[in-house]
Ligand binder design. Structure first.
Ligand code: DCP
Ligand code: MG
Length: 411
């Protein structure tokens, strides 16, 4: 699509490589090149490592011998892997995989917990570095952004490759971290292209390459086609983007509804006119945790209650730090059999208060089945508005106050 002044519209998607794991490697450089997975709880590992085997303490992180790091085969906790280094991925280990399964695939992998403060610090740093070079940048979360290259000096050279390499180099100098970019005519294609040459790669994609480079990919590679839509397409025999492109638009509208059907059609043909938005507001904030063992709503009430309260406090702290209030309080429960339910409650007055969130989340919980054991609990606050220009926060009315601590059958 031609942009103003006869220039081609060039949009980049940048995604950090193995982000949480790479951040850990910065402080433990002795682990470079080794299989490392991120998951589990922070403090215990840190303290053990810094103390050393004899408990004498005071060790510098970069001098801790590799042999002292905890291995996946010895990991006793549960939960899923957040991410893995590329060395670990060679063993088939990856994001969202259960720790137990990962331990079978790569028992010798070193396991480290995530440090969110550190991750956030590097997230800010790499985004600031980009913004100094190319100011039209859209923040898409902790490790990815879209950048409009169209009017940036060098943004048109070699289809954007020159500017992409400059950004990579600048980020590496500022942080020691690598990233990958896709540069394409729009956000949809750039997002797909940024995966082409991971890690530390740049992929430049032109409109005329759609058939050759995009159509062979699985439909799920289109950002927005999730597992459910992917399965539904597969049931109709559509697995690649090329097969999706071959579908009549009317047929897609008939089976997926007007908006989704039209969007599927446009996406398969590589069309996307969304601008790169420099100011985006978060839709929701959430915290969740997988328990060390499955917990029962009645028998483990005290433990669950404490975790539940802590999650509400964490979400409240996130809202307060970022200056948001929200009205839509939601919970997520995952049962021992991995089935998942969510429940929501809308508050009359938006809040960022932990007790008000806890109370509303408690009301949600009353409406959820609690006969099976639980493996995961999550708390979410949606319907956000900024505290400075949104509705002012008022003290909670008596009906918004937390319920008495113990209620039969509920934690
Ligand atoms: N993350 C997470 N939960 C997930 C997936 C990812 O908390 N289910 C975190 C850990 C990742 C970070 O977000 O480090 C970025 O996610 P990516 O999907 O970009 O994965 P990585 O950056 O780790 O690897 P890649 O090199 O494939 O981008
Ligand atoms: Mg990434």
């Amino acid at each position: 699509m031609p942009a103003t002044g006869g220039k081609l519209r060039r949009i980049a998607h940048l995604d950090m490589d193995a982000f949480f794991a790479s951040v850990e490697l910065l402080r433990y450089p002795q682990l470079k090149g080794l299989p490392v997975v991120i998951g589990g709880a922070r403090r215990a590992v840190d303290e053990l490592l810094l103390q050393g085997p004899d408990g004498s303490g005071g060790r510098e992180r970069c001098f801790i011998p590799v042999a002292d790091f905890p291995l996946l085969k010895d990991y006793v906790g549960r939960g899923v892997i957040t991410t893995a280094t590329y060395a670990a991925r060679q063993f088939g280990v990856g994001s969202a995989m259960g720790m137990m399964k990962a331990a079978r695939l790569c028992p010798q992998a070193i396991v480290l917990p995530v440090d969110f403060d550190e991750v956030r610090r590097f997230s800010r740093l790499f985004k600031r570095t980009i913004a100094e070079i190319a100011p039209v940048m859209e923040d898409r979360g902790v490790d990815e952004v879209y950048i409009d290259f169209t009017d940036v000096p060098g943004g048109q050279r070699e289809g954007g490759r020159v500017l992409a390499r400059l950004i990579q180099k600048s980020i590496f100098q500022a942080t020691g971290l690598t990233c990958s970019l896709g540069v394409a005519p729009n956000k949809l294609l750039a997002k797909m292209a940024s995966e082409f040459d991971k890690p530390n790669g740049v992929a430049v994609l032109y409109e005329h390459e759609l058939q050759q480079r995009i159509w062979p990919l699985a439909c799920r590679k289109i950002n927005g086609i999730g597992p459910k839509a992917g399965e539904k397409l597969a049931r109709h025999g559509i697995t690649t983007i090329g097969e999706l492109a071959a579908c009549q638009k009317d047929w897609l509208v008939e089976h997926f509804g007007r908006a989704t059907g039209a969007w599927l059609h446009e996406s398969a043909w590589g069309r996307d006119s969304r601008p790169v938005q420099t100011h985006s507001e978060p839709v929701s904030m959430s915290r969740e945790t997988t328990f060390e063992r499955d917990l029962h709503a009645v028998r483990d009430r005290r433990e669950l209650g404490a975790i539940f309260t802590s999650l509400c406090e964490q979400v409240a702290a996130d809202l307060q730090r970022k200056g948001y209030v929200g009205r839509g309080i939601g919970i997520k429960l995952r049962y021992a059999d991995f089935s998942t339910v969510t429940r929501d409650h809308t508050l009359a007055v938006p809040t960022q208060d932990a007790a008000a969130i806890r109370h509303a989340a408690g009301l949600c919980l009353k409406r959820a089945p609690l006969t099976q054991r639980l493996r995961l609990l999550g708390v979410r606050v949606g319907g956000l508005s900024r505290l400075d220009n949104g509705p002012r926060q008022t003290p909670p009315s008596s009906s918004d106050l937390p319920a008495p601590a113990s209620q039969p059958g509920l934690f």
